[in-house]
Design a protein around this ligand. Structure first.
Ligand code: CUA
Length: 338
């Protein structure tokens, strides 16, 4: 009996130590992390209880094993067989029933959390999301504009209707805790209720190509007032975009061009558009070319025709079958970037 008491105490001690250790590296509790959505709360709670049980199970296996190795070790000169034992019904019933209860309780907790996370608000706002190598584009169908940033009002459920233009991507905002794949050929839904104002980031969580690691966009949770201001601004910008430059800018946002081609000179996946038009571009083969209408048109329709120095060959950009008018609008927009 003495052995059981000692092992019991050691198991409890080890459970506490394991939990403290997991907590120290930020795996156990929600204390170290930002909780930015209503759905994150039941998920964090479930995780918290799971880590406690995981710590206990780990200890329950490791402690008796280590204890037996040390205490019941064969002594020097001891040549006898071990003590003969029949089964122990009580022990067998206990190790069948207790895990069964634990599993049933966690199945209930899991189903309950899933219900909380999937709770549908009929007044949820809709945003259409397009994922493509290697950008995110957000469409606000209520107002008819596109954005490269996802703005959401705080305390209102939003349902993202997500589509992919090419391969499988995955929409992941760590502070929301939820993650959803975006699969070509179907619309997947992501339902979230942001509860904390702030600036976050959506990261692509599915390896989707060479620039997968850079497939990020800003996710901003606004106060209701700030959100209204932003929407009003976007509507105004969309209304003003009747000029060729404006149409080109709209197209660049909608098609995700600006996810890879910066408009301020900063380095992204593709060459920047800032100061591009009329500049002299050095190509991968060392020759130079002037970035005029013909060069830009060719680069859109057939990205592999010429590779700009410092960028991978073959090009990571897919060809875009744009109309002559769309290309003219895009070029008009690029001309304004200087
Ligand atoms: Cu898109 Cu990884």
């Amino acid at each position: 009996m003495g052995h059981f008491v000692i092992v019991g105490i050691l198991v409890i001690l080890m459970t506490v130590l394991t939990y403290i250790g997991l907590d120290a590296v930020g795996l156990a509790t929600k204390m170290h992390k930002v909780v930015a959505s209503a759905q994150a709360i039941p998920i964090d709670q479930l995780w918290h209880w799971e880590v406690i049980v995981i710590s206990f199970l780990f200890s329950l296996i490791v402690v008796p094993m280590a204890y037996s190795l040390v205490v019941f070790r064969q002594k020097k000169g001891e040549m006898l067989d071990g003590e003969h034992m029949e089964g122990n019904s009580n022990l067998e019933i206990a190790w069948t029933v207790l895990p069964l209860i634990t599993v049933v309780v966690f199945a209930y907790l899991g189903a309950y959390s899933l219900g909380e996370v999937r709770r549908i608000d009929p007044d949820a706002m809709v945003v259409n999301v397009k994922a493509q190598q290697f950008t995110w584009t957000f469409e606000y169908p209520e107002y008819g504009f596109f954005s490269t940033e996802l703005h959401l009002p705080v305390d209102r459920q939003v349902v993202l209707k997500m589509e992919s233009a090419d391969v499988i991507h995955s929409f992941w905002v760590p502070e929301f805790r939820l993650k959803q794949d975006v699969v070509p050929g179907r619309v997947t839904e992501y339902r979230v209720t942001p509860i904390l104002e702030g600036r976050y980031k959506v990261r692509c969580a599915e390896l989707c190509g060479t620039s997968h690691a850079y497939m990020e966009s800003a996710v901003i949770v606004d106060s209701p007032e700030a959100y209204t201001t932003w929407v009003t601004e976007q509507i105004k910008i969309a209304a003003e975009s009747q000029t060729p430059e404006g149409q080109g800018k709209l197209l660049a946002t909608k098609n995700g061009c600006v996810g890879c081609h910066s408009i301020d000179g900063s380095p992204l996946t593709g060459p920047t558009w800032f100061g591009l038009f009329g500049s002299t571009v050095t190509l991968a083969d060392g020759s130079t070319v002037t970035a005029d209408e013909a060069f830009i048109t060719e680069s859109i329709l057939d990205p592999n025709a010429t590779i700009v120095e410092g960028f991978p060959s073959p090009s990571v950009m897919p060809p875009y079958a744009l109309t002559d008018e769309e290309i003219a609008n895009l070029i008009a927009y690029i001309k304004t970037l200087k």
